[in-house]
Design a protein around this ligand. Structure first.
Ligand code: ZN
Length: 146
């Protein structure tokens, strides 16, 4: 179990140090900001939607390792997916990080399963997802976890 945790830690640190899909998207069609004042995590998310599909997305911002790694892995998980598919992933991810569900079908996102042991970190892990939902709903607004 410890070895597994080490593997998860390593992957989180890797995505924190080298976040994927980081930057801005010049031809974005949807955007939102996320703010987690409890930890000081902030991010800006830009998406390019083609009909119902998330063709591409980028994020910028600064935050703790969990929030940055979560945003990085979220962008990888939802790129190319439809809105409904992306929402379905979050509907599995949220119970996992709050300890209400298992990691089945979540692939790499399973690295955040340990977050359920640290309730204060749940907001760090879900910030990017709440921001994604706001962007998909066309709110173009700042979502705050508080
Ligand atoms: Zn945080």
């Amino acid at each position: 179990m410890n070895e597994l945790n080490d593997l998860y830690q390593e992957m989180i640190l890797d995505h924190y140090k080298k976040p994927r899909n980081f930057g801005s998207l010049p031809d974005a069609t949807a955007a939102a900001h996320g703010d987690n004042p409890l930890c000081g995590d902030r991010l800006a998310l830009e998406l390019r939607l083609a009909g119902d599909r998330i063709e591409d997305l980028r994020f910028r911002g600064s935050g703790c390792a969990i929030s940055t790694a979560s945003a990085s892995l979220m962008t990888e998980a939802v790129k190319g997916k439809t809105k409904a598919e992306a929402i379905a992933i979050f509907e599995k991810f949220h119970p996992m990080v709050t300890g209400q569900g298992g990691p089945d079908g979540l692939g790499k996102l399973e690295v955040f399963s340990g977050v359920s042991e640290f309730p204060v970190r749940v907001k760090c892990a879900t910030l990017a997802w709440h921001t994604l939902l706001a962007a998909l709903e066309g709110k173009n607004d700042t979502v705050s976890t508080e």
